[in-house]
Design a protein around this ligand. Structure first.
Ligand SMILES: Cc1ncc(COP(=O)(O)O)c(C=O)c1O
Length: 395
């Protein structure tokens, strides 16, 4: 088959399986909303959990850096791109995380693939949670270590695999802190305990916990009171609660120095734009102290979950701002998302391979600036959409 026919066939296969993805153009992003096709609708899929992308202090910091440094960083960090804004941001992250040091990559994806491929080398074993994010999976694929997947947050399975792992030179356990598509929190104290007992090192990707969990917003490790345990390697992103772009690793100074020398996704990629770095530093400062905004976010999530429960929606129960509304088939989920959009609410349809077959869902995430009125409108739209989708599928 020639190249052209093969591409056409692949597209046909994706469309037939309701797995075709297309881009939706967002015209503006007022907090908690989006303007799409000329209409302002409520946005329920945003990771801008604290609304910091529009915070006046964050915007001011970005503007000043833009005027002071221009639009780009001019090179990779090991050449000309290491603007002094990096040092300031990394110090703030390390302080919040209570680690010796931190290093910023150009995205969370790049941080994950960089860390895992540097640390887990031939002769090592990686134990990775079944529901870990795609960037962890890709990091594992790049690593020359052996990989085993443990059942989602299943401590018995993890221990079973660890018991048999004595022959490897090092063992690494990798887990999301808050799982991106299920919204549940990994049982870190028990995982850390197993890591200590079996001589493994724990790596936590806290993309969705950073800024949200813990009194200071440091994330899942703080939430569980584990911040004193300096051997936990913490990865995260600046693209969610921080409201911008970038990824980070918070760990010991030696580990960070090794990444600077060996992580290909750090070395061979251009540094972040100055405005992005300054915005992130201002946002991390706010995160330290915005206790009320965090409470508002988690309060909004609780309100929406209560309403969903009362109206008998099938959603996964967790303690976070991520609410997975399980629909089932990819076709029905896509349809539900489209009908909901017509009712003025945008919640993207999440389908395989992002989630397992038969568990397609709307990944609903509230943000701190959603109002009670927004939540009422969302529930109304969900009820009406369910009624019209159910009618079609009962035919
Ligand atoms: C758990 C998790 N890790 C890593 C990433 C990647 O982060 P980024 O979007 O900054 O590349 C994401 C989000 O996309 C995520 O949900």
């Amino acid at each position: 088959m020639d190249h052209h026919s093969w591409i056409k066939d692949e597209i046909g296969r994706l469309r037939q399986n309701n797995l075709w993805r297309s881009l939706r153009s967002v015209e503006s992003l007022p907090l908690g909303r989006a303007k799409i096709d000329g209409r302002e609708i409520i946005l329920l899929g945003s990771n801008n959990y604290l609304g910091l992308s529009a915070h006046p202090q964050v915007i001011e910091a970005a503007k000043n850096a833009l005027v002071g440094f221009g639009t780009g960083s001019s090179g990779s960090r090991l050449t000309t791109g290491n603007l002094n804004l990096y040092a300031e941001l990394e110090e703030k992250i390390a302080k919040l995380k209570q680690t010796e040091a931190a290093i910023v990559f150009s995205s969370g994806y790049l941080a994950n693939i960089g860390v895992i491929s540097v640390l887990a080398v031939e002769g090592d074993l990686i134990l990775s949670d079944q529901l870990n994010h795609a960037s962890i999976i890709d990091g594992c694929r790049l690593s020359k270590a052996e990989k085993l997947i443990y059942l989602h947050s299943d401590l018995t399975h993890l221990e079973h695999l660890l018991k048999d792992a004595g022959r490897y030179q090092r063992r690494w356990i990798i887990t999301d802190g808050v799982f991106s598509m299920d919204g549940d929190i990994a049982p870190l104290p028990a995982i850390y305990d197993l890591a200590c007992r079996y001589g493994a090192r724990l790596i936590v990707d806290d993309a969705h916990g950073f800024g949200v969990l813990g009194r200071k917003g440091s994330g899942t490790v703080e939430y569980f009171g584990l911040s004193k345990n300096r051997d936990i390697i913490q990865i995260g992103t600046l693209s969610k609660a921080v409201g911008g772009l970038g990824g980070y690793v918070a760990a010991s100074k030696n580990l960070i120095d090794l990444l600077i020398n060996q992580a290909r996704s750090f070395i061979f990629s251009t540094g972040l734009p100055p405005a992005t770095l300054a915005a992130a530093a201002a946002a991390v400062d706010i995160i330290h102290s915005c206790v009320e905004t965090r409470q508002k976010l988690l309060g909004n999530a609780r309100k929406l979950k209560n309403e969903l429960h009362q109206h008998k929606f099938d959603f996964l129960v967790n303690e976070t701002q991520i609410i997975p509304l399980i629909i089932g088939s990819a076709k029905r989920t896509l349809h539900f998302s489209e009908v909901l959009f017509e009712h003025g609410v945008y919640a993207p349809a999440i389908r395989p391979p992002t989630v397992p077959e038969g568990t397609s869902r709307l990944r609903i995430s509230v943000i701190a600036t959603h109002t009670d009125d927004d939540i009422r409108k969302v529930i109304q739209a969900l009820i009406e959409s369910r009624t019209s989708v159910d009618k079609i599928y009962q035919l």
